[in-house]
Ligand binder design. Structure first.
Ligand code: KG4
Ligand code: ZN
Length: 356
């Protein structure tokens, strides 16, 4: 079976072809980063227009790699949310039109499910066709819009354990990048600079340091960095800038890793998946590996190309739903926020007070 995946929830227009076993046959991503860069963040209206321009060429390029083109496709998968509504509509409308025209099943996918199931993608030559974890596992989804821990019991039974109380980790990286004049997005640049820096050079408070609380918080850290820059300015010296990036990044990594291990212990699971754009961070990958080894936890981190937004993960999530005999009809709507997960406020002990 070949699933055509389409993703347009944020600032990447993507299309991919994936088999039911997760083999990636084609994977095309058109990024809008250069366009949004001057604004220091994503401008939704510009994003929608850029998706309109890119969507057909991107799908054509992916299909060019399938024998039989569109006729060789067995199903179509598309991100239906969460994301920017104007952007989502572009992918969803094209996906509906294609599915209708070729009379094949259509599956609307939750973008976060895509990230969590990206671990089952197999890219020949890239990740040695490594098998993913057996469910259940703990998933840390760490991206520009989300930072959350999940218990992935089955592909249709994903329970939110905890999430950030304020900023997502990727958002903290991006805001820090802006403060330090490093451009947008800040994550990859800070990652590069931090690799040359000393993470002990500057001291920033570890957020939510309590050993019992699972949720995250990164806005205080961002404020601490802003205060530092206000008092001392952005370092002129390259080494000092690298040290500042390493110290800031180090605190984010420590928080992500500690809470993930705590989640594994609380859930009595010994497999951890880290995914989402921030999972491309080299410092996080290295530290998570060390700490998981110390705690007897098996770590799975997809290659960076599967961690950042892509359409292969959307096709993968759809393949799981199709295997369970599920598909959507052509009338489904998009959503900006995640409707399937429990949301609410966390008590001091980390338990959730659900919001209706
Ligand atoms: O998953 P993603 O591509 O899009 C969302 O769904 O949000 O994640 C994008 C986020 C951005 O905030 C970006 O700065 C961050 O991932 N990111 C990184 C790295 N690569 C991307 N953060 C830290 N280190 C990286 N190497
Ligand atoms: Zn994403």
């Amino acid at each position: 079976m070949r699933v055509l995946g389409i993703e347009s929830s944020c600032d990447e227009t993507a299309a991919a072809l994936v088999t039911e076993t997760g083999e990636v046959l084609a994977d095309v991503v058109a990024s809008q980063i250069a366009m949004h860069g001057p604004y220091g963040g994503i401008v939704p209206e510009l994003a929608s227009r850029a998706h309109m321009q890119a969507i057909i060429p991107v799908i054509r390029e992916a299909l060019a790699k399938a024998p039989g083109g569109l006729g060789g496709i067995d199903a179509i998968a598309v991100t239906r949310g969460p994301g920017l509504v104007g952007s989502l509509l572009v992918g969803v409308q094209v996906a509906k039109a294609l599915a209708w025209s070729i009379g094949k099943p259509l599956v609307g996918v939750n973008h976060l499910d895509g990230h969590l199931l990206a671990v089952y993608l197999r890219r020949p030559g890239k990740d040695e066709l490594q098998d993913g974890p057996a469910m259940p596992y703990v998933g840390l989804l760490v991206s520009g819009g989300h930072t959350a821990l999940y218990r992935v019991e089955a592909s249709d039974d994903i329970v939110l354990l905890a999430q950030t109380r304020d900023d997502a980790a990727g958002e903290a990286f991006d805001k820090a990048g802006k403060l330090l004049g490093l451009g947008y997005p800040g994550g990859p640049v800070i990652d590069r600079l931090a690799a040359r820096g000393d993470s002990g050079a500057f001291s920033f408070p570890l957020p939510m340091a309590s050993r019992k609380i699972l949720d995250f918080s990164f806005s205080g850290l961002k404020t601490a960095l802003a205060r530092h820059v206000q008092q001392h300015g952005v370092p002129d010296d390259e080494q000092e800038l690298a040290d500042l990036c390493a110290s800031f990044q180090g605190v984010i990594i420590e928080s992500l890793v500690r809470k993930s291990i705590l989640a594994c212990k609380q859930e009595e699971l010994d497999q951890l998946v880290i995914t989402g754009g921030v999972a491309a961070n080299r410092g996080l990958r290295i530290r998570a590996k060390e700490v998981c080894e110390d705690n007897g936890i098996q770590l799975f981190v997809p290659p960076p190309i599967s961690c950042t937004d892509n359409a292969a993960m959307i096709a993968m999530a759809a393949a799981h739903r199709l295997a369970a005999g599920e598909q959507d009809d052509l009338s489904f709507a998009v959503y900006s926020r995640d409707p399937d997960r429990r949301r609410g406020k966390f008590r001091r002990d980390g338990s959730l007070v659900e919001r209706k």
